[in-house]
Design a protein. Structure first.
Length: 345
């Protein structure tokens, strides 16, 4: 059988990596992506071969639209030539359009019903949708899929990501610090669902004011963000602008301050004390807050109070609780295989 994976983001590389390796044992696999530094560099680190088709559209609507249209056209030729029996993606709009146009069955994963634009473009066109069990099916049926075509698995996507081994390449890039590390991840700016308010900036200012004796590492996502951080804070923080396997950074952190997305969930499941400033409210973050594995604080002064408390504690209870939750999460791969068989009957 021929299977096409369209892998668009760093999260998707880490999520699909183990599934792709297992599927490759019995099937012919084509993995496509787009020209996007974060993805192409992480794919090299993780040793995943991607065929680059088209490019990332950036932050502006017109550029996004044109990049997507061009990419769909290029993919239509490439995929017609490959002639897959099945498409698997994490709700790729181009994969959805091309698969629909070429009459290829399409199975999607998603934990992001808040990504309204992507859901509206993809969900009506897919045959099956696989989602974490904590997200109600009604969050997706409103976009045009029948609830019987939605299959739940008992895991948060970040759990699959958290269980991976750190690559040797990443270990070389990260030096261990003698001081306690406060790791901050700035928010997503280019996604269609993101706001442009830069909520991390006042939080970083407050952290610098109170923890200048600790190592403050800030992870930028894009060149523009890294430039802005350098201009705003200079040498008061260490701006991490290399593409690296984030797990190695998390394992060295005393506390992680994230925007509430996948890395926030991964940090929590790895037992790292985690604060979310909730830049994009979502069901996964809310679940982890309810389970007391993530502290939600949007006020910079309150973030500092939480960091001080965390750095002064052993945090053994959090580590125990997160380990128990991570071990309880199932591998969605067998569910994917079962779904593939049902679609291709």
């Amino acid at each position: 059988m021929k299977i096409w994976f369209d892998v668009l983001t760093p999260k998707q590389i880490l999520f699909f990596e183990s599934m792709i390796k297992r599927i490759k044992k019995n099937h012919t696999v084509l993995c496509t992506s787009r020209d996007y530094d974060q993805v192409t560099q992480l794919a090299k680190i993780r040793n995943l071969k991607l065929v680059i088709v088209g490019k990332h559209g950036g932050s502006k609507r017109h550029d996004k639209l044109n990049a997507s249209l061009r990419r769909a056209k290029l993919l239509s030729t490439r995929i017609k030539g490959f002639s897959p029996d099945l498409t698997i993606s994490f709700c790729s709009p181009e994969a959805a359009r091309v698969s629909y146009g070429l009459n290829i069955d399409h199975i999607c994963f998603s934990d992001s019903p808040h990504a309204n634009a992507v859901m509206r473009l993809v969900i009506p066109l897919v045959q099956k949708l696989l989602i974490p069990w904590i997200i109600p099916k009604k969050e997706f049926t409103k976009f045009g899929i029948n609830s019987k075509d939605i299959i739940s698995y008992r895991a948060i996507d970040a759990a699959i990501i958290a269980k991976r081994k750190v690559s040797k390449n990443s270990k070389k890039l990260v030096k261990k610090s003698k001081r306690k590390v406060i790791l901050v991840r700035v928010e997503e700016e280019y996604a269609s669902y993101s706001t442009k308010k830069r909520p991390a900036i006042p939080i970083i200012k407050e952290i610098i004011k109170n923890f200048s004796d600790q190592e403050i590492i800030v992870m930028g996502r894009y060149t523009s963000q890294v430039r802005h951080l350098d201009q705003t804070f200079g040498k008061k923080i260490r701006v991490f602008n290399k593409i690296v396997d984030s797990k190695i950074l998390l394992e060295n952190a005393g506390v992680f301050v994230g925007s509430g997305g996948t890395m926030t969930a991964e940090s929590a499941l790895l037992g790292i004390p985690t604060i979310s400033y909730n830049a994009v409210p979502n069901i996964i973050e809310a679940y982890l807050v309810r389970k007391k594995l993530v502290i939600r604080e949007t006020n910079p002064k309150q973030v500092v109070i939480s960091i001080r408390k965390i750095l002064g504690s052993s945090n053994l209870e959090i580590k125990k609780k997160s380990k128990k939750m991570l071990n309880s999460m199932e591998d969605p791969y067998p569910i994917l295989v079962k779904t593939m068989k049902s679609v291709l009957k």
